[in-house]
Design a protein. Sequence first.
Length: 531
Amino acid sequence: MTLLSVKNLDVSFHMTDQIVHAAKNVSFDINAGETLAIVGESGSGKSVTALSIPKLLPYPMARHGVNSEIWFDGQNIMPYGEVLMRDIRGSEVGYIFQEPMTALNPLHKIGKQVSEAYRLHHPRASKQEILKRMTDVFDDVGLLDLMSRLDAYPHQLSGGQRQRIVIAMALVNRPRLLIADEPTTALDVVVQKRILEELSELKVKHNLALLLISHDLTLVEKVADKVVVMKQGEVVESSKTKTLFKSPQHDYTKHLLNAQPKGVAEPIDADAKAVLKVDDISVSYRVGSTWSFGKAKEKTVLQPVSFDLKKGETIGVIGESGSGKSTLAYAITRLTHSKGRVLLNSQNFSSADKTELKKMRSDLQIVFQDPFGSLSPRLSAQEIIGEGLSIHMPSLSRDERDKKIVDAMRSVRLDPKDRHRYPHEFSGGQRQRISLARALVLEPDVIILDEPTSALDLSVQADVVDILQSLQKEKKISYLFISHDLRVVRALAHRLIVLKDGHVVETGEAAKILATPENEYTKLLVEAASL
């Protein structure tokens, strides 16, 4: 039985100076108990199409074509106003938003947020009834242990727990259609696998129709029954999953299927010297009371880690969320307090005073996970990339400074003509390249890359990996590459460090570990990544 039928959907955004057509003549059907995936690169119209179903677009700036129809359970809901749509949203159609930290209110406890979603559609429900429903839905999404922590705030949960809370909010009213917009984008492979398994079980248990929005074709192949491929707002191909992956018809579909990070790390010079030495770096935080009645306890989140990074070498750091990967990066760069020693080009980086540290920082740069969050919205691309030059090379003339900025942009395949634009005017992949150009402009010996491709389309991922490989070959830069995406790690890393709960559980040559892991936890990571 067809639960949802989208027919001739057109979506346009009417700005003050232009009209943007985001979706054009989109049509598809979803049956109860079926999973349909919409795939495509950023800007292809996936999310706009999904948001049109519960009518969550910014109206009246967003408008639909006169022939657009959305049939849900035999009713055309396109003409419905806000009052009628409120009865459908949440109760009949659940929506899992892409970024759980943004979807959850940071000022409200998780118990309040989940119960509120239920209370809106069941205003006469008793406290006991609400608690029973929350217990059931927490059990469904594997969060029964959080029933004792309903007073926790979103920031006190892990990424996987926050994603499950968002799923619980979408499921608490037992909707018949669940829309999941990139539900596993920023999660590590093990948590990804768990959440996908849970969604598949829930679909069967409650006969849900699932609309999955994703750019990850590996994920889609595992869970979807049918696939719709979108490009620039239009459907270019639609078929059953097995058929599409076995014999894609459209060139764009073939491009997406082939857009995987390729190659392996090239061997480094046999006599390459270590540019970064890390000796017993560990990180601990004080927890509990700091009053004089008792000394605050220390919680060690990163046990001692040691390694040497050679010139032109890439060391990959892998592990689940909370394993200590980013903490290691911040400890090395002195962005968090740590114990141990870091030597950069044989100089003691960890004990350098402010004057020495300022000189040394140009040789050790970091690219953060979220490019939009790490780029100032008030600065142009040129100002962002050139900011380090004004600090570390203040004697440069304006022309010399501009030349370095242009060269850095070209090295990451950005058009220098766009250097006067602001971060919000670039795509996610372009913003990540700006972050990389900002690090490269100082010509560092070492770059620490913290999940630089986690939120990017596969084709953009492949492009960024190709850029990193080319730069390393040309400039002999050393990378410490932190990632949960083992396909990207395989293409870049010479050696691997595997972290679990702050402990190093395995280390060695990347190719050997990914082919024949020895530690059980590493085997779990490799299996979850389907390498």
